[in-house]
Design a protein around this ligand. Structure first.
Ligand SMILES: NC(=O)c1ncn([C@@H]2O[C@H](COP(=O)(O)O)[C@@H](O)[C@H]2O)c1NC=O
Length: 499
């Protein structure tokens, strides 16, 4: 110990040694003494550099297979001392701490070790402790220390003499790196041990659920019976829950592959279920059912006539539970009181993590609506529009929902063209021509009609009222077509794309 006479030091401690000589060369040329840990020092010496060992600065050998090498006040004091603070500098000198001004660190390859299928023990050994500690210390002290975590920055022209803004940028990068690193460890520990799922979207894909550490298991939903929940069950259950929470009246939502295929709101939950199921009885087979009222025995009997993967409801009477648990494959989930979905949504993509506020519950305010057509909607039509508008928000874009009153008869989901979505929804309506009660058909579209063709197609299928956001350059053309076809149309002013 007692190496404060030498330096200033640049401490290099890296797992990925690629390009290390290029930054070492620049550091030496700028007058720094290289200070390094075991493997990095060896690599640099082999390239012809003079290197001081960290152990000679700490006065302590690297121990426990490298678990402890830089975790020492001689290193951390040097990284944390405020150079403009005389007391800090006195401490640095008094205790013989290393005067480190540059830190070049990259971490044990945790993620690639996991990806290689290594044993748990090897994975744990690849959790870097000393590296993140140094990165965080240097990044905190970025006004005094230059911290380089990314080998791509070694050749940056202004690296050594760059402005404070560059040091700040590199410090932020270091913190981002350590936070992602910890997240990967968390994902591994929680995900693999607690959340393994049978398989992913398909049986040849491995999958696991990484639950938010701060949220209760299943976000407080209680599984009352049935098999283990699968990857697809969880996605569908989320979609069904989101849709049913859109309604106050007793409602039933049938979801297939994350899209609602039959939805109804009625005065009684049993009727809502019957109408929701009638919305698409064929697709409902093996679907997910979400209800927003407690399930009593007679409803349970009706529900059990169809095969469901998952049934969600805010409660089940004892008899209903007995009835529904007879089917061992059906997973029953109880929605806790006051349940709500998270206000923020995240999705991990190849480009980074996308975050957005959740599309909030629809506020249907008559005063906020615009009626651009000659024909104005009556009260009943407006009620149907409100209902279908709430449904279409939960259907993948391009989304079209056709229904009457407060029940759906046809859903066009995830189509690349809006006319195709209209056609898909109308096919659903046509399939119910014998069972469907007569009444004017209403259509909801999640985004504006770019052309009049979608409206013309809807009219051919018997649609008499349309609710959509409006806002197309060709709104005038679309309104004109509605007027010619005797259709009333409402603009809500809000789009509800769902991807
Ligand atoms: N334990 C420690 O004090 C410690 N200090 C630095 N490391 C890491 O050791 C690696 C470099 O080791 P080497 O120079 O021996 O190849 C770097 O990835 C660095 O982040 C450490 N290793 C793990 O925590």
């Amino acid at each position: 110990m007692g190496n404060n006479q030498a330096g200033p030091f640049a401490l290099l401690s890296v797992s990925d040694k690629s390009g290390l000589e290029s930054i070492a060369q620049r550091l030496v040329a700028a007058g720094y003494t290289l200070l390094s840990t075991g493997g990095s020092a060896k690599y640099l010496r082999a390239q012809g550099f003079e290197v001081v060992d960290v152990s000679s600065v700490t006065g302590f050998p690297e121990i426990m297979d490298g678990r402890v090498k830089t975790l020492h006040p001689a290193v951390h004091g040097g990284l944390l001392a405020k150079r403009k603070d005389p007391a800090h500098m006195d401490a640095l000198h008094e205790h013989g701490l290393a005067n480190i001004e540059v830190l070049v660190v990259n971490l044990y390859p945790f993620e690639s070790t996991v990806a290689s299928g290594a044993e748990h023990e090897e994975i744990v050994e690849n959790i870097d402790i000393g590296g993140p500690a140094m990165l965080r210390a240097a990044a905190k002290n970025y006004e005094n220390i230059l911290v380089v975590v990314d080998p791509n920055d070694y050749e940056r022209g202004d690296l050594l003499e760059g402005p404070l803004s560059l040091r700040k940028e590199l410090a932020a990068k270091a913190f981002h790196h350590t936070s992602r690193y910890d997240e990967a460890i968390w994902t591994y520990l929680v995900g693999r041990e607690d959340g393994a799922l049978r398989y992913g979207e398909n049986p040849h894909q491995k999958a696991w659920l990484v639950r938010e550490p701060s949220a209760p298991v299943l976000r407080g939903l209680k599984q009352l019976s049935g098999k283990e929940l699968s990857y697809n069950n969880l996605l569908d259950a989320e979609a069904a829950l989101a849709a049913v929470l859109e309604f106050d009246d007793p409602s039933a939502v049938v979801v297939k592959h994350t899209n609602p295929c039959g939805v109804a709101s009625q005065r009684e939950i049993e009727t809502a279920f019957e109408h929701g199921l009638a919305g698409d009885p064929v697709s409902a087979f093996g679907g997910i059912l979400a209800l927003n009222r407690k399930v009593e025995f007679s409803l349970a009997q009706k529900i059990s006539r169809t095969f469901w993967e998952v049934v969600l409801a805010p409660g089940f009477s004892e008899e209903a539970l007995d009835e529904l648990s007879k089917k061992k494959n059906v997973r029953l989930l109880e929605i806790p009181e006051g349940f709500s979905l998270p206000p923020l949504q995240s999705r991990i993509t190849a480009f980074g993590t996308l975050k957005q506020e959740a599309d909030p519950r629809i506020r249907w305010e008559i005063e906020g609506l615009e009626v651009p057509t000659k024909l104005k909607p009556d009260r009943e039509t407006l009620d149907a529009m409100e209902f279908l508008w709430r449904v279409v928000k939960h259907v993948k874009s391009n989304a079209i929902v056709v229904g009457a009153g407060t029940r759906t008869f046809g859903v066009g989901a995830g189509q690349m063209s809006r006319v195709d979505a209209v056609e898909a929804a109308l096919r659903g309506v046509a399939a119910k021509s014998e069972t469907r009660p007569s009444g004017a058909l209403v259509l909801a579209s999640d985004a504006f009609f770019p052309f009049a063709d979608g409206v013309e197609k809807a009219a051919e299928g018997g649609v008499r009222a349309i609710v959509q956001p409006g806002g197309s350059k060709r709104d005038a053309e679309v309104v004109e077509a509605c007027d010619a076809l005797g259709i009333t149309m409402v603009f809500t002013g809000t789009r509800h794309f769902k991807h």
